[in-house]
Design a binder for this molecule. Structure first.
Ligand SMILES: NC(=O)c1ccc[n+]([C@@H]2O[C@H](COP(=O)([O-])OP(=O)(O)OC[C@H]3O[C@@H](n4cnc5c(N)ncnc54)[C@H](OP(=O)(O)O)[C@@H]3O)[C@@H](O)[C@H]2O)c1
Length: 254
């Protein structure tokens, strides 16, 4: 029951959806938590659910200055980290004709640059213990190809590559790096696509209909996979990307 008893965990994007569900599960399994997000109201709501012993830090995942300052606060609070869950991010449909340089840079900045430097800057904290686990949230868009999400999918594909290379680079230090690759998961993020509610509902119905399991996944179902990767249960799992998608990427692939 206490798989993470006494472990210190940082979850970026821990104020909503997959990150928040994971934070709750990890707390219930004995972890001490730090979470990040941008929106102070969401962070405050998450703290209300997680308990005030959680460290909540406002931080933009695409800003190196924010990442450095955020990890300084984590260091002061915890001294060291056992688990880093690099999960912050969002997705908005962006047809190629309308993608600006700023939008391109923002998507790559949050998902690739931000993830890379979060891992780099957290290394001194992660190397203190005898073993540590880094988990990165990718997406099935990194393997299926998704119209209007080309930059996002490319960013998540880059993350997949980073996980492979960094897992080899960091395993000599006792740090395992793995990824969780979610398919369609019912989170608040899905309602922030910037589309009318009816359009989102129609897209969700269409996706659920195409899915072998005929439904969206839940954030709790992803959190359970994160628990596996965070805990010693996955001690021999290195550089892997676990797909959590109800099988939909199998039927999307040619
Ligand atoms: N839901 C899905 O179907 C699905 C599928 C595949 C992959 N994913 C991935 O799963 C991860 C979590 O998404 P979710 O579905 O749980 O969405 P969500 O409910 O919107 O949660 C996203 C979290 O990330 C934070 N965040 C987003 N952009 C950020 C930024 N630039 N800096 C700091 N924090 C940021 C949000 O905080 P603020 O709102 O305060 O910024 C929030 O805490 C993302 O990496 C997403 O790409 C989701």
């Amino acid at each position: 029951m206490d798989k993470l008893k006494g472990k210190t965990v940082l979850i970026t994007g821990g104020s909503s959806g997959i990150g928040l569900a994971t934070a709750k599960l990890f707390r219930d399994r004995g972890a001490h938590l730090a979470i990040t997000g941008r929106d102070p109201d969401s962070l405050a709501r998450a703290l209300g659910e997680l308990g005030t012993e959680t460290l909540a830090i406002r931080s933009n995942a695409g800003s190196l200055a924010d990442i450095e300052s955020m990890l300084e606060q984590v260091k002061k609070h915890f001294t060291q980290l056992d688990v880093l869950f690099v999960n912050a991010g969002d997705a908005k449909p962006s047809p190629i004709d309308s993608v600006s340089e700023a939008q391109f840079d923002e998507i790559i900045g949050v998902h690739v640059k931000g993830a890379y430097f979060t891992i780099q800057q957290a290394l001194p904290l992660l190397s203190v213990g005898r073993s540590a686990s880094i988990i990165v949230t990718t997406s099935i868009t990194n393997r299926t190809g998704t119209p209007h999400f080309s930059v996002y999918g490319a960013a998540k594909a880059a993350l997949r590559s980073l996980v492979q290379s960094l897992s080899l680079e960091l395993i000599p230090r006792g740090i395992r790096v793995n990824a969780i690759c979610p398919g369609p998961i019912d989170t608040p993020g899905f309602n922030r696509l910037g589309l009318p509610k009816e359009t989102i509902q129609a897209i969700q119905q269409e996706i659920a209909g195409r899915s072998p399991i005929k439904r969206f996944g839940t954030a709790d179902e992803v959190a359970k996979v994160a628990l596996f990767l965070a805990s010693d249960d996955s001690a021999y799992v290195v550089g892997e990307e676990i797909v959590v998608d109800g099988g939909i990427s199998l039927v999307c692939l040619p």
